[in-house]
Design a protein around this ligand. Structure first.
Ligand code: 1HN
Length: 349
């Protein structure tokens, strides 16, 4: 037997394994794949499947006891990791009339995309905003935040939103901290609407000094977004893959509203047959309006309003819809762009 026979090598590998070493040459192709080859797979959660379980959770535990009453959407290929993609977390959160989800803060940034119900609020750093379906709401890193659903004269209704957090990313860096507030509902220091008036009209207060990486707007109301898409649909050419698609911005920088997550809203017109797109940022979609089919890595997935689905990194994605559809989406794009590794490609229509 010579030095490079299989048995000799295996014996060598076993010996070095004892002291936590392995030979790179056996793994090089996996460590540096020719194209993204993550574990994350395409998946779709029908809201009609999830909602009964979420409402049952509402009978099992209060928001106060749970702190956050959430059913986590876990990628089928990443079970046990609280991850919808390798870098992102998503869950559906329920708050019932009369409940408070107590105030806390953490290094992880969060976004809320309101799915169902009226009358709940979220409070961030001393200001409340009322949540309506389709609103995109931000909780910056290390900002105190609590949620509530005050009982109205009519009794109120359950409110559900999609949470998106950068939990796996922060975990990767082992950089997470968290703290509970002494009071369930944080004290308020500004009337509702202050942030939007100050920062949400393509203007900034004249003496404003930017002090954070996160957008100073913390509720981007659906009504405004929807109106912009509707106008553009009637007045502008369609993009072959995306239809009409806008990205949300931090008005101080023009960059993403949250440093770790980009967010988008797009409108697909009636009868749209989209061209194929791919990008290195695995993307979570939430269906706001309309039903249709999304083809992800060759898999045809039918969607209806309030469903959530994901397109993994570098998987092909295209849309086929008969009725007008509106889709919210988010991804880790700004992180990849900051690192210079983000790529996209658009097939010719
Ligand atoms: C969190 O703070 C919220 O504030 C939701 O609503 C989900 C998941 C993990 C850690 C913190 C919220 C969360 C979370």
């Amino acid at each position: 037997m010579n030095n490079n026979s299989k048995g000799v090598r295996e014996a060598f590998y076993q010996r070095i394994n004892e002291i936590n070493l392995f030979p790179l040459w056996e793994q090089l192709h996996n460590l540096v794949p020719q194209a993204p080859a993550g574990a994350c797979v395409p998946a779709l959660w029908r809201y009609s499947d999830v909602r009964p379980h979420l409402m049952e959770a509402g009978e099992l535990i209060t928001a106060q006891e749970a702190v956050r009453r959430v059913l986590v959407l876990e990628n089928p290929a990443l079970r046990g990791q609280a991850s919808i993609t390798s870098s992102l977390y998503a869950g559906l959160q329920l708050i019932l009339p009369g409940e408070i989800a107590p105030s806390h803060r953490h290094s992880q940034s969060a976004l809320r995309f309101v799915i169902e119900g009226q009358g709940a609020y979220t409070a961030v750093d001393g200001e409340r905003t009322t949540m309506s379906p389709g609103d995109f709401i931000i909780t910056p890193s290390w900002a105190w935040h609590d949620h509530g659903n005050p009982v109205e004269a009519e009794g109120g209704e359950p409110v559900v939103w999609l949470d998106g957090l950068d939990i796996p990313l922060v975990r990767f860096f082992d950089a997470g901290f968290a703290q509970n507030c002494d009071v369930a509902a944080q004290p308020l220091s500004r009337p509702e609407g202050t942030s939007l008036a100050r920062f949400g009209n393509n203007m900034l207060p004249v003496n404003h000094v930017p002090g954070s990486l996160t957008s100073p707007i913390f509720n981007y109301p659906y009504l405004r977004t929807r109106e912009a898409l509707d106008t553009l649909l009637r007045q502008s050419p369609l993009e072959p893959c995306d239809g009409v698609k806008l990205r949300y911005i931090n008005p101080e920088t023009g960059g993403s509203p949250i440093p770790t997550m980009a967010t988008f809203m797009q409108l697909l017109p009636r009868g749209f047959r989209g061209a194929t797109y791919r990008s290195t940022d695995a993307t979570v979609f939430s269906v706001v309006e309309g039903s249709g089919v999304v083809v992800i890595a060759g898999q045809r997935l039918s969607f209806t309003p309030k469903d959530t689905f994901i397109a993994p990194s570098w998987s092909s994605i295209s849309f086929e819809v008969d009725e007008e559809c509106v889709l919210f989406s988010f991804s880790d794009r700004p992180v990849q762009q900051a690192l210079g590794i983000w790529r996209e490609s658009r097939d010719p229509a």
